[in-house]
Design a protein around this ligand. Structure first.
Ligand code: PFF
Length: 473
């Protein structure tokens, strides 16, 4: 991306940036554990339906709004429809909240790389995944230091602009991650007892869904917004640099498909192994799943090959995390710069990035010190307000605010804006410029006007209901 208004040098540049932003910890860490805890196959089904009928529709709208206006998030909404600038501002808060916990998860990846490196050279750490993870969670200082290192890396990349290094990074890192996932999948599904995990993922079973429909719907949908990097201006911004020649529908299809594929592959890498190594309870163990199960899979690979795979795998996950994290940091840093411009002050990219990273570090330090609830930092909150949250921890709280409430809410207001105020034809015109065809426009129209608003209202109520344990459904 250039500072001057231009366009991507090629469509591939756009796709790589968008896929780089979409594919991240949401796919590899979030998807498998949420699928494990929410009924397996039925969760997958709901996820895919929501990705097509809500995610894809919002993505097409966001890219089209970006390309139509040629502006970043705030100005794009201002120009698309007077009076909707506040949606842009709202979208800006989300990346900062996400980064509060994303940076900590990135930090855990760095710690795992370090541990596997130690094992590779000196075989010093022979603990199980569970012991290792507990030791890490209960060491707040270590987690804060690694969070700092992760953010320092993001700072260094974002302050000097995202072109060049990071694009090259993506070009090699993403295919490498894909290959590595395949290798891990082969190991995972050939472990004795792994077939139970595969059945859980792919054999239709709707008992859980029947009893928890709204919960599954809201968890799968929140995850989908998060994973596709929607409802927070990323796709608007990327779309603003897209050439009019390119097909928005095709591009959105490729991004949504690749992202979903990586999430399912991560599920196949993690869940069968979890069943093989610890049974169904292990598969349902929540946010700790990735860090425990896969470390055990590597542990079962022998003392040289195991750590070697561990180092490669967590490095690739870290790359995926960084490419997503920089797009999150970039949104906030760009907004800060825009604000300076508007006030007539000279924008200092370095300073802007520094301030954003500092704010993120303040929130990240709380999540890191809490250690997924292991160190009890959530307890006072729980006692004062009687809120248990999903897993009694700060990570869940920030996850709830961002993907649980703000993302579905921004999607809801976007659908009202596009479907009812500006009308779907405003998107149709943009998609069909320069001879492109809007395949499936009828479905798009139905979804943006009716399906997305209704679904997002249920998602919002469902998220609030499960987080506060209100028992509405
Ligand atoms: N999509 C990323 C993931 O799945 O890890 C996270 C993310 C990046 C969310 C960028 C939102 C975003 F704008």
């Amino acid at each position: 991306m250039e500072n001057e208004r231009g366009s991507w040098s090629s469509n591939i540049g756009f796709l790589l940036a968008a896929i780089g932003s979409a594919v991240g910890l949401g796919n590899i860490w979030g998807f498998p554990y949420k699928m494990g805890a929410n009924g397996g196959f039925a969760f997958l089904l709901v996820y895919v339906i929501m990705a097509i009928m809500v995610g894809f529709v919002i993505m097409v709208s966001e890219i089209a709004i970006g390309r139509k206006t040629g502006k970043g998030i705030i100005e794009a909404y201002r120009e698309y429809s007077k009076g909707s600038t506040w949606i842009g501002y709202l979208g800006l808060i989300i990346p900062v909240i996400i980064m509060f916990f994303y940076s900590v998860l990135g930090a855990y990846c760095i710690e795992y790389i370090a541990v596997n490196l130690c094992n590779l050279g000196f075989n010093t750490v022979s603990a199980s995944g569970a012991d290792l993870f507990t030791a890490m969670l209960t060491n707040p200082v270590g987690s804060i230091v690694y969070t700092f290192i992760f953010l320092a890396g993001c700072y260094a990349i974002v302050k000097s602009g995202i072109s060049g290094g990071i694009e090259k990074f993506n070009k090699v890192g993403m295919p490498a991650l894909f290959v590595m996932l395949m290798v891990v999948i082969i190991r995972s599904v050939t472990l004795p007892g792994a077939t139970e995990g595969l059945k859980f993922m792919f054999v239709p079973n709707f008992t859980y869904l029947g009893e928890n429909f709204i919960k599954v719907l809201s968890v799968a949908s929140g995850q989908m917004f998060f994973s596709l990097s929607l409802a927070m201006g990323i796709m608007v911004t990327f779309g603003s640099y897209l050439s009019k020649k390119e097909s928005i529908v095709q591009n959105a299809g490729i991004i949504a498909f690749s992202d979903t594929l990586v999430a399912i592959l991560a599920g196949v890498a993690v869940l069968p192994a979890a069943f093989a190594l610890g049974g169904e309870d292990a598969a349902m163990s929540g946010p700790k799943l990735l860090f425990i199960t896969l470390q055990d899979v590597f542990g079962a690979m022998g003392s040289v090959v195991g750590p070697l795979f561990g180092v490669c795998f967590y490095t690739l996950v870290l790359i995926a995390a960084i490419t997503s994290a920089i797009s999150l940091t970039e949104v906030a840093a760009t907004a800060y710069e825009d604000n300076c411009n508007k006030k007539g002050k000279t924008p200092h990219r370095t300073r802007a990035t520094f301030i954003v990273c500092l704010i993120i570090f303040a929130g990240g330090a709380i999540v890191a010190a809490d250690g997924l609830g292991s160190n009890g930092l959530w307890v006072p909150f729980q006692k004062t307000f009687g809120i248990n949250g999903w897993n009694d921890c700060w990570l869940d709280f920030f996850d709830f605010i961002s993907e649980g409430v703000l993302m579905p809410f921004v999607a809801l207001v976007t659908s009202i804006l596009v479907g009812w105020i500006k009308k779907p034809s405003s998107i149709f015109e943009e998609v069909e410029t320069e001879g492109n065809k809007f395949t499936g426009y009828g479905l798009f129209k139905f979804c943006i006007k009716f399906f997305v608003p209704v679904a997002t209202i249920f998602i919002l109520i469902g998220q609030i209901d499960t987080f506060f344990q209100l028992g509405i459904f």
